[in-house]
Write a protein that binds this ligand. Structure first.
Ligand code: SF4
Length: 304
């Protein structure tokens, strides 16, 4: 395989067969993998974006009971949608999913569009999610490339993802998809990346791709097409409680637990009253809260 070529050689059929056989025999049984319904797949892919797959699968089951169709989701109040999202984190994804449902009903007659371009135009749907939905729900031979897939394919083909430009890894991913099992291949590559081809110390001995893998054969990219700056010393990560993400999560949680307006006049954790107010206002701009000013400060609730 020529790693830097614009049109890389296809992944050997024997490698694909081995990975798919491994997936068929040992793939994780996540609830959402049993369906190819486009709405259900869209929900699962948005949930799994930044949440552990097992947790997303649990939440997905409850979500599909609560909002069984795209019309049911589009008609629901935002407050109900945010409550159903509890425990998944990154609440903005719930608002995006709700907005996407409204667009699908208004502009696509209630049917999730099948083209990558139309999927990417939906709120909250980026290149990875659009291709994952196109492959899993519609069987299209498009490769969904996230950091896991980039690492797996990069190692298989050239000993590491550093050898590839973004366009080349996308071309390789697209060329790797078997036309008759696009969805299974998408799930299988994800499992390889999470279960054996981990970022540090890949477990090649247990990997179905070992016989064809450049990394396992000792190949390492000597240089890549991307000029990377010299690594800077890592700064220690700030404590999670001091981050804006933590604060936003606490504020939404308080609003979620309440039935009416909640005053936000004091600090929360390490964040002072000014930072709390700024976060509340930002959350209302993002559509996650309604706010009103009172003589003592700002109050908020989930949008009606
Ligand atoms: S053989 Fe090793 S490096 Fe290659 S894909 Fe499998 S786990 Fe990753």
């Amino acid at each position: 395989m020529d790693p830097a070529a614009d049109a890389p050689a296809p992944v050997p059929p024997a490698l694909r067969d081995a990975v798919l056989a491994w997936y068929d025999a040992t793939g994780r049984e996540l609830a959402f993998r049993a369906t190819s319904d486009p709405y259900a797949v869209l929900v699962s892919e948005l949930m799994a974006q930044q949440t552990q797959a097992l947790r997303a699968a649990e939440a997905w089951t409850g979500w599909m009971d609560r909002f069984p169709s795209v019309e049911a989701l589009a008609a629901a109040p935002v407050a109900d949608v945010l409550r159903a999202w509890a425990g998944l984190g990154y609440n903005r994804r719930a608002v995006h999913l709700h907005r996407a449902a409204k667009v699908i009903v208004a502009e696509h007659g209630g049917r999730v569009p099948s083209s990558v371009a139309e999927l990417e135009a939906l709120p909250g749907v980026g290149p990875y999610t659009a291709r994952a939905v196109a492959a899993i729900a519609f069987g299209q031979p498009v490769g969904a490339v996230d950091v896991n897939v980039k690492r797996v394919l990069g190692r298989m083909a050239a000993g590491g993802p550093e050898a590839f430009t973004p366009a080349a890894i996308q071309a390789l991913a697209d060329a790797s998809v078997p036309v008759d099992r696009a969805g299974a291949w998408t799930h299988a590559l994800m499992d390889v990346g999470q279960r054996v081809c981990r970022p540090r110390r890949p477990n090649c001995a247990d990997c179905p791709a070992i016989a064809w893998c450049a990394y396992a054969a000792g190949v390492r990219p000597t240089s890549g097409p991307i000029d990377r700056p010299a690594a800077r010393p890592r700064r220690p990560e700030p404590a999670f409680e001091s981050t804006n993400r933590w604060l936003r999560g606490r504020i939404v949680q308080r609003a979620r637990d309440a039935t009416g307006w909640v005053p936000f006049v004091d600090g929360i954790g390490e964040h002072g009253p000014g930072a709390v107010r700024a976060a509340v206002v930002a959350l209302s701009r993002d559509g996650l809260l309604e706010i009103r000013e009172t003589p003592t400060g700002v109050e908020a609730r989930l949008p009606r």
